[in-house]
Design a protein around this ligand. Sequence first.
Ligand SMILES: [Zn+2]
Length: 322
Amino acid sequence: MTREHRPRLKRRGFCLCCIGSSAFAATGGWLSPGEAFAQARNVVDGMRASAAEAPIKVQKLRGGVSMLEGSGGNIGVLTGPDGKVLVDAGITASRPRIKEALASLSGDPVRLVINTHWHFDHADGNEWLHQEGAAILAHENTRKHLAEATRVEDWDYTFPPSPAGAVPAEVFSTEKTVKVNGATLALKHYGASHTDGDISVAFSEADVLHTGDTYWNGFYPFIDYSTGGSLDGTIRATEANLAAATDRTIVIPGHGPASSRSELKDYRDMLVATREKVAALKKQGRSPDETVAARPTAAYDAKWGRFAVSPAGFTKLVYAGV
Ligand SMILES: [Zn+2]
């Protein structure tokens, strides 16, 4: 984290990239009481501390599909007589509040958890949900990362292998269809994008699309190059999301409020424009710091640069990807 973007972080949350444990200086705001953040040693502990406090917002979307917001990544929930299906599992520290939120939707137990990718803010809750009877399903690369010690360089953090119950027992490689509660869930691997194991989950009848972290609504995204992420793959994933959505589709992003195809298009345009600008600067021989100083994201910062990934952090992620 550089000095010039630290003040931006003070307002809301903390930086998910380019932040080492020694540099962790977030002071809280949107996600958590300042105390918890200030004492956190790194971004992962900071997010766990945040999840231990954050309220869970429940939003009913359509056709039995709801969204829970507040524990790491957004959780999609399908209710019905076969039991609940969750798309992503949140952070374990939120367990009591997630249970309360789920109970407010229906009394059905959770039967299935689908992970959009392996990151802890989406898969940490696998263990307790599995203990309570849920099967875990994900892409094969997600299982690989959860089953072994995995390091995220930009978080300066090595995750230990997950407990056996938290590791997806069922995996797939390209596509899979799940029929449950009278609904059709279409699961599709994006290829290398935010990580190498990201999938979309389309609730076909309800016309709700969960994109996982290929889409951050209103925030610059993180790209995890440590586990196979790709900038161009993230742009391709966004094109795939646009192709899968219509003007009626409700889009559940990995982070940020429920969204629409037109907002997804703004996100794609921001990614493509930033890629072009940063690629041109890199081609001129500018260093990462010189590229950040040229402020290639300036036109977008007011809208996208106010949360987890700062303008400087995002510029460096894009620089590494072109
Ligand atoms: Zn992620």
